[in-house]
Design a protein around this ligand. Structure first.
Ligand SMILES: Cc1ncc(COP(=O)(O)O)c(C=O)c1O
Length: 457
């Protein structure tokens, strides 16, 4: 709980008017959206409004907060770093927080992922990975130019990231801008899914067919391992990830893991690739990297990939960089956020959150409006039967309002309801959230009988 109530220098109504007149909010249809919710402070698992209203943050503020809002250790490290070195160009220069963070991250990643490129956010981490993969082959004189991805995957909103996420359904106006990408099915599964073996077999057949036809011209395959986030927290089994990796390796296609969402503990291990026991060639990390304090990302690759860029001509170099590459403040925050996993015993705590999720999801699984209950690590999700399933489902809007009015920040992806809390959430807070989900299920607007037969996840 915040001890002192923050006292902004101006009235809430005044700054809310500035917002209404001048601010364009992300992923929002301003024509129909309810008024924005003002937040002036945050601590632990809670956000606070100007009148002291509190909201339990069950989506970790778009999946970025790991140890909790306003963690004092991270805040202090940031303040201290700001007094020492706030920013320096990273081409031709370096600084202690960046070098230390690179070494510490590499030590925690699966063996072999040893060379780290900094950028600004999840989308740029993906852009970097795609360009890295493409130029890796180009520098060796090989024409491997295609990209493969999984249906439904989402990888960010820049043009390359939209291209590989082009089957997510978010990017219609930009279709002609996107480069061609090939897709294979993602065998989404859930508790008690009797068809999972068949779905995986089909997906692997599709992958085999693709690789035998196009493997020699494919640069890389991009995957969100274990959980497709924005697609509605669609989950797959570790053995599927392993089988995909084996096939790609045999076909000489690089495997890129987009762990922008799954990284930093979400799936129960520090990185989802560890739970999936699979090492990719390139991994993209962001969101939880700084504990949610600052935007920053890294793309980490195998040394062999890096060596393909080393030579005596600039043409071979990776001509990519952002103004704030390896910002020292972000690195300082990330160093503490990483250390806290040990110091606060975070992974065992995530296992406890997973057990609570499992118990509560199982208790709701037989509810007539619930489909596809699923849990991995700190993420729990279920689909709600709706007559307009998908991201724009009215059920999602109904639920957002329902939860917010009761002090819970839950933001379903259409009719896919999920909980992805910061790891500092207490057992009782998490149970309160699940109690509210159970209450919401009883108050849902009705659907037609035919919808009750279920929709594909
Ligand atoms: C898997 C994945 N990749 C990439 C991104 C894009 O990250 P950012 O919003 O930081 O650009 C996201 C964002 O949600 C994501 O979930």
């Amino acid at each position: 709980m915040i001890q002192e109530k923050p006292s902004p220098a101006f009235a809430t109504e005044e700054w809310l008017q500035w917002d209404e007149r001048h601010v364009w909010h992300p992923f929002t249809q301003a024509g129909t959206a309810p008024p924005v919710t003002p937040i002036v402070a945050a601590r632990g698992a809670s956000l606070y409004g100007p009148e002291g209203q509190s909201y339990l943050d069950l989506i970790s503020s778009w999946w970025v907060i790991t140890h909790g809002h306003g963690h004092p250790r991270i805040a202090l490290a940031l303040a201290q770093q700001a007094m020492i070195l706030e920013q320096v160009v990273f081409a031709g220069f370096t600084h202690p927080p960046a070098a230390q963070l690179a070494a510490k991250l590499v030590a925690r990643l699966p063996e072999g992922l040893s060379r780290l490129f900094f950028s600004d956010n999840g989308s740029t981490a993906v852009e970097v990975a795609l360009k890295m993969a493409r130029q890796y082959w180009y520098n060796q004189g090989k024409r491997k130019e295609r990209f493969l991805a999984f249906q439904g995957g989402y990888h960010g909103d820049t043009v390359g990231a939209m291209s590989v996420g082009g089957s997510s359904g978010f990017f219609e106006p930009f279709r002609s801008l996107l480069f061609p990408v090939d897709w294979v099915p993602f065998p989404a599964t859930w508790q008690g899914d009797a068809q999972v073996d068949g779905k995986e077999r089909e997906a692997l057949h599709a992958l085999d067919r693709y690789l035998s036809e196009h493997g020699s011209s494919c640069a890389a395959c991009l995957m969100e391992p274990l959980v497709q986030g924005a697609a509605g927290m669609r989950m797959c089994r570790p053995q599927f990830v392993q089988q995909v990796a084996e096939r790609l390796r045999a076909a000489g296609v690089l495997l890129i893991f987009d762990e922008v969402m799954t990284g930093f503990g979400r799936t129960g291990t520090l990185f989802a690739c560890q739970r999936a026991a699979t090492t990719p060639d390139i991994i993209c990390l962001s969101k939880g990297l700084t504990g949610g304090f600052l935007p920053m990302s890294v793309t980490v690759c195998r040394e062999e990939i890096y060596q393909a860029f080393v030579g005596d001509s600039f043409d071979r170099a990776f001509a990519h960089g952002h103004s704030f590459t390896a910002n020292p403040l972000g690195c300082a925050a990330a160093l503490v956020a990483l250390a806290l996993f040990e110091e606060e015993n975070t992974l065992p705590r995530i296992a406890q959150l997973e057990a609570i999720h499992q118990a509560r999801v199982t208790a709701l699984a037989d509810h007539p409006r619930v489909r596809y209950p699923r849990v991995v690590g700190s993420i729990a999700a279920l689909d709600i039967v709706a007559d307009d399933a998908g991201y724009a489902s009215r059920i999602g809007l109904f639920l957002r309002k329902f939860f917010l009015e009761r002090g819970f920040l839950l933001r379903p992806l259409g009719n896919a309801l999920y909980l992805l809390p910061p790891y500092c959430i207490s057992d009782s807070e998490l149970h309160q959230a699940w109690d509210c989900v159970a209450e919401a299920l009883h108050q849902l607007p009705p659907v037609t009988a035919s919808e009750m037969n279920g929709q594909p996840v």
